[in-house]
Write a protein that binds this ligand. Structure first.
Ligand code: MN
Length: 229
């Protein structure tokens, strides 16, 4: 058995609906500008811009109903409600036709964003990590197995803040569908079991404040509740 010079970190993981077993997380990929209406609200042109990818860290996941602590170094933290896709199989150059065979299940997640820091990074041509991949920046629901619910390709996705609808869209508005994301990503990176993809957010992103109650929903998958503290 491998000896470590310090205790190895506990692997990040997500709860699974109806099970005591958890889903271990290896990497967290996120797709940007994957809903046309959100691309427009961020100042882009959905007909001319392709979606793109960035990563969060597995230990940025905030699970099991934990509160979201408003992070330091920002005064403009935004919510982005997204469907998450969890992979049970990996590989390189995965074909479109076989892509969904690599999916273990789905969940609801928030891509919390320090928008002011992200905007400064964009302006300076710097990487986005400080705006996107900060501690606890990815509140996530339990996962639901595709063997139970299939592969949702349409249905409402929304986020309420303090009971008021802020973001609303439909999974069938995604510019890149789930099989396309998996196929494309697997051309850039070797995907592996435990990888998660946050599939982009519909229009309506906006700031949160301490005390806000966030309630996210994706049809056929479930709910995510999170309090900003
Ligand atoms: Mn996002």
């Amino acid at each position: 058995m491998t000896q470590f010079v310090i205790d190895p970190p506990t692997p990040a993981s997500l709860p699974v609906r109806g099970s005591d077993a958890r889903f271990p997380v290896r990497r967290v990929y996120c797709v940007g500008r994957n809903y046309a209406a959100h691309t427009i609200e961020m100042g882009g042109d959905p007909d001319r811009e392709e979606p793109f990818f960035f990563q969060k860290n597995p230990d940025d996941l905030l699970t099991d109903g934990a509160d979201f602590p408003y992070p330091d170094k920002s005064s403009d933290v935004h919510h982005e409600i997204e469907m998450s896709v969890a992979l049970s199989k990996g590989g390189r150059d995965i074909s479109l036709e076989s892509a969904l065979d690599h999916v273990w299940g789905y969940g609801v997640a928030l891509d919390m964003t320090r928008r002011d820091l992200q905007a400064a990074c964009k302006k300076a041509g710097r990487p986005w990590e400080i705006g996107k991949a900060f501690d606890r920046s990815a509140p996530a629901s339990e996962l639901v197995a595709a063997s139970e619910i299939g592969h949702p390709a349409d249905g409402a996705i929304w986020l309420k803040v303090n009971g008021e609808v802020r973001q609303q869209g439909d999974l069938n508005h995604m510019i890149w569908k789930v099989p396309e994301m998996i196929a494309y990503l697997s051309g850039l990176f070797t995907l592996a079991p435990g990888d998660i993809i946050l599939s982009g957010t519909p229009a309506g992103v906006g700031p949160v404040a301490r005390g806000d109650e966030l309630e996210g929903h994706v049809d056929g998958i479930g709910e995510l509740r999170c309090r900003v503290v």
